[in-house]
Ligand binder design. Structure first.
Ligand code: C2E
Ligand code: MG
Ligand code: MG
Ligand code: MG
Length: 276
């Protein structure tokens, strides 16, 4: 196994370098085996209407059920998955599972969102394959939203607009994730056919703090522009009552965060129903 070979091979080197080299090597091999053994599972986190806490949709979040280390979050393996290219088979496996697991969640107008890896979104034929997967799983495209990030739209904006328009044609809307962390300006977003903007947690966390003026200004500007363009705006990472109250006062309609619910297996939310 690569694990044992790697350990022996690096034994003579600096222990710091050894542990770094080992972990990437191990991770990549582990991920390869995980794709083979189908060890990925989707968790789901609710998106709510702030005013009454009702669930409007769920974000599907990737988890790796590692045979020895238990349930791992993307922070522990996503970078290696991206760099090795393994994210492509992982994402397709994840999307298929998410569609199959969330049939009982995508009811009564609720949508499910999928996070799309940048390299996957830019891959020619991505939209065609997504439509084929929907057909295969029987998941209603109208209940699906794809989360993309600013970086993905910048490379070849015209090509990305074309993909988004084809998806919209097929009833699949898109959400701009982690908004505010990338390089695109507010004035840039109107060029993309997006249904939703998710304001990054880094602007939401300081909202109720002492030094909240700048983050408040950013959030207010995003709300004004987004609403003027007819988009849904979601505040990410809401953890406290104070943040929630501030957002409501600012006119933000939707939110997501530990205050409303943590990511959980689909069956948890099916049992919970729509009440939080
Ligand atoms: P994201 O899309 O911005 O997802 C939100 C992340 O914030 C999730 O972390 C979620 O668990 C976490 N979160 C939600 N509410 C709160 C809160 O109130 N406080 C704090 N501190 N965190 C909160 P997670 O699940 O670890 O995912 C991390 C990132 O991994 C995601 O960020 C997304 O970029 C990526 N990712 C997740 N699932 C997939 C997937 O299926 N495919 C791909 N390619 N990337 C994924
Ligand atoms: Mg997301
Ligand atoms: Mg996000
Ligand atoms: Mg993020």
């Amino acid at each position: 196994r690569a694990k044992e070979r790697g350990r022996n091979r690096f034994e003579l080197f600096d222990p710091v370098m050894q542990s770094n080299a080992m972990s990437v090597l191990d991770l990549e091999q582990g991920l390869r085996e995980a794709v083979e053994a189908r060890q990925f599972v989707p968790h789901f986190q609710p998106l709510v209407r702030i005013s009454d806490g009702s669930v409007v949709g769920y974000e599907a979040l990737l988890r790796w059920n590692h045979p020895e280390r238990g349930m791992l979050v993307p922070g522990e393996f996503l970078k290696v998955a991206e760099e090795s290219g393994l994210i492509e088979p992982i994402d397709w496996q994840m999307f298929e599972l998410a569609m199959e697991c969330s049939r009982d969640l995508a009811v009564e107008g609720r949508f499910v969102t999928l996070n799309i890896s940048p390299r996957l979104f830019q891959r020619p034929g991505f939209d065609t394959r997504m439509l084929a997967l929907l057909q295969q799983t029987g998941f209603d495209p109208a209940n699906l939203r794809l989360e993309v990030t600013e970086g993905m739209l910048l490379g070849d904006p015209d090509a990305m607009v074309a993909v988004l328009l084809r998806l919209r044609e097929a009833k699949i809307e898109a959400a701009l994730d982690d908004f505010g962390t990338g390089y695109s300006s507010l004035g840039h977003v109107h060029r993309f056919p997006l249904k939703m903007i998710k304001i990054d947690r880094s602007f939401i966390s300081p909202l109720a703090g002492d030094d909240s003026r700048r983050s408040c200004a950013v959030v207010e500007a995003i709300l004004a522009l987004g609403h003027a363009l007819g988009m849904d705006i979601v505040a990410e990472g809401v953890e406290t009552r104070e943040q929630k109250d501030k957002l409501l006062a600012m006119g933000c309609v939707y939110a997501q965060g530990y205050l409303f619910g943590r990511p959980q297996a689909a069956r948890h939310w099916v049992q919970e129903g729509s009440s939080l």
